[in-house]
Design a protein around this ligand. Structure first.
Ligand code: FES
Length: 111
């Protein structure tokens, strides 16, 4: 299991959840009722699963693909620590991963 900490846009801790290694961060975020739409469900045709990763944790992630970098160019409020939650696979190396939800994130599809 891997601990994931979700922070609100203002930086306050919203929720901590335990998730199985091998799960996508997007699926964990949905289960934790985080406002990430993920409209394309992971085929990288949107950027609505954009999260801002804690700076230290960002260095622990595998590099983003060129395709992911291209989609992040379209994300609102992107920073140099932005990633797509659909592309992050949890592992034991990512224990205590901290991510912040961008201020304009909404989950129109899942209420
Ligand atoms: S869900 Fe569309 S790019 Fe991640």
């Amino acid at each position: 299991m891997t601990l994931v900490r979700f922070f609100k846009a203002d930086g306050t801790l919203d929720r901590e959840v335990e998730a199985k290694a091998g799960k996508r961060l997007l699926d964990v975020a949905w289960a934790a009722k985080q406002p990430l739409e993920g409209a394309c469900e992971g085929v990288m045709a949107c950027s609505t699963c954009h999260v801002i990763v804690d700076a230290d944790d960002f260095a622990r992630l595998p590099r983003a693909s060129e395709e992911e970098e291209d989609m992040l160019d379209l994300a609102a409020h992107a920073t140099r620590h932005s990633r797509l939650a659909c592309q992050i696979i949890l592992s034991n190396e990512l224990e205590s991963l901290a991510v912040r939800i961008p201020p304009t994130a909404r989950n129109w599809l899942r209420g």
